[in-house]
Design a protein around this ligand. Structure first.
Ligand SMILES: Cc1cc2nc3c(=O)[nH]c(=O)nc-3n(C[C@H](O)[C@H](O)[C@H](O)COP(=O)(O)OP(=O)(O)OC[C@H]3O[C@@H](n4cnc5c(N)ncnc54)[C@H](O)[C@@H]3O)c2cc1C
Length: 425
């Protein structure tokens, strides 16, 4: 990699997600050369991916160029590259566009979809972790509606219009709610000759409630909202297989579907070169101490979803959501300042601001430390918080405008097949 060699220490950050960006932004007062490497040249606001999948937002409004976010840093370099391997002994990072030496390395690679070793499901399911994957869901949904509109066979139409979502965490719940709203408000106007009752939305969950990471009250409320919207919820049900046409549950029941979306779990986006002592194998997350230092190294750190920090309050590590990632990134920047000045580092402490999920128009659930509530106020707060954390003023304006437009018109305007469904995306 062609980077200027200077007297300054070089900090390499791998990953421009919530953690990597939060860290890099705050490094502006640290005397070091900062290099951020990401396989995409944009930051993705993952909490709103489901709105891209369901035609509520254009992809450009939830993605933002990394170079633009960080252009105010003085000795900053972005490299658009995929990291293949790290060599801790030689302090080198190997990428598809060459190698580079580091003084300090920060792993902020986040997670990828976990298929739990089920190769059939991996081959045929649609995951939703990236913008291209969200566009895949949107395209396939619309392509299947187009096919159904022209199909004389009821069984074929039923499979084309059957939407099965596996995993009733916040992503699955939000997606199911958004599909239900399309069914209620949008598709009946677009496909006037289709019997819209043939569209079904099924949500599968292995545990005994939806939104398992939230309070039982929030779960109950979200389930009620979803059922009112017509979503069919299958609790205590493991989806064992999907071969591209038939979904099989652990109780042997089968179902035909051409829309199979997998939101059932994630695993760390690990990079080769580390020993099993450095990370928790079944989670693929780096074991880090309270300074986010990776076990076994003083100059390698991990932040965000890929970091596994056991604390008294979080004996199983922090939740893999945006807040711990943002806070760890900002905190590590502070510790870098201390390191460069020869001062001791400060342990990280997570401040839990609460959790929330939306189920659709006027419906959301919020869990704060002392209060738990749902309905319109929760939905309003959900919108405000998401706008606040969205990267870039332009994106905030566009998303706000879209939401107002969709709300007034009961519409989701981005119903476009820009490129056909591509399973390799
Ligand atoms: C669909 C969805 C909805 C979500 N909704 C919410 C929500 O409502 N609220 C909430 O708090 N959290 C939500 N989350 C979780 C939240 O998005 C994550 O916790 C957060 O993104 C973690 O930040 P991170 O920086 O650790 O990783 P990420 O944001 O995933 O960033 C990782 C970055 O690393 C890059 N990368 C990975 N591997 C390599 C490599 N080998 N080489 C180069 N670059 C690499 C990736 O391109 C990416 O840019 C959601 C996640 C998903 C997928």
């Amino acid at each position: 990699m062609n980077l200027p060699e200077t007297e300054k220490k070089r900090i390499i950050i791998i990953g421009g997600g919530f953690a990597g960006i939060s860290l890099a932004k705050k490094l502006k007062n640290v005397s070091a050369q900062v290099v951020l490497i990401d396989k995409r040249n944009y930051h993705t606001f993952q909490p709103l991916l489901y709105q891209v999948s369901t035609s509520g937002l254009e992809p450009d409004s939830i993605a933002y160029p990394i170079r633009k976010v960080l252009r105010k840093l003085s000795d900053f370099h972005f490299r658009w590259a995929k990291v293949d391997r790290v060599d801790p002994a030689r302090q080198e990072v190997h990428t598809d566009m060459g190698s580079v030496r580091y003084d300090y390395l920060v792993m902020a690679t986040g997670t990828r979809t976990n298929f739990f070793g089920n190769t059939d499901i991996q081959e045929h399911a649609m995951p939703m972790k990236t913008v291209p994957q969200a566009l895949n869901i949107r395209s396939l949904m619309l392509q299947n509606f187009e096919k159904a509109d022209d199909s004389p066979k009821e069984s074929e139409r039923m499979a084309l219009l059957n939407f099965c979502i596996v995993g009733a965490g916040p992503t699955g719940v939000e997606l199911a709610g958004a599909f239900a709203e399309l069914k209620r408000n949008v598709f009946p106007k677009d496909y006037q000759h289709l019997n819209i009752d043939e569209m079904e939305i099924h949500l599968f969950e292995g545990s005994d409630r939806v939104l398992a990471p939230m309070s039982p009250k929030a779960s109950k409320r979200a389930q009620h909202f979803l059922e009112r919207l017509g979503v069919k919820i299958h609790l205590n049900t493991i989806v064992k297989d999907y071969n591209g046409e038939v979904l099989t549950m652990d109780n042997g029941t089968t179902m035909y579907t051409k829309n199979f979306i997998w939101t059932a779990g994630v695993t760390g986006a690990m990079v080769a070169g580390f020993e099993t002592d450095n990370f928790v194998e079944h989670l693929n997350r780096f074991k880090v101490n309270s300074f986010n230092q990776v076990a076994g190294y003083e100059n390698i750190f991990a932040v965000g979803d890929i970091a596994y920090m056991e604390t008294e309050a979080y004996p199983k590590g922090h939740p893999q959501v945006a807040q711990p990632a943002i806070q760890q990134g900002a905190h590590l920047a502070r510790n870098f300042r201390h390191l460069m000045q020869g001062r001791p580092m400060i342990p990280f402490k997570y401040f839990d601001k609460g959790t929330m999920a939306t189920v659709g128009r006027n419906k959301a659930v919020v869990d704060l430390k002392k209060f738990r509530f749902g309905g319109f106020v929760a939905w309003f707060i959900w919108m405000f918080i998401h706008l606040w954390f969205l990267v870039g003023f332009r994106n905030r304006v566009i998303v706000f405008f879209n939401w107002v437009y969709n709300y007034i018109n009961y519409d989701k305007a981005a119903r476009l097949i820009i490129r056909s469904y591509n399973p390799k995306a």
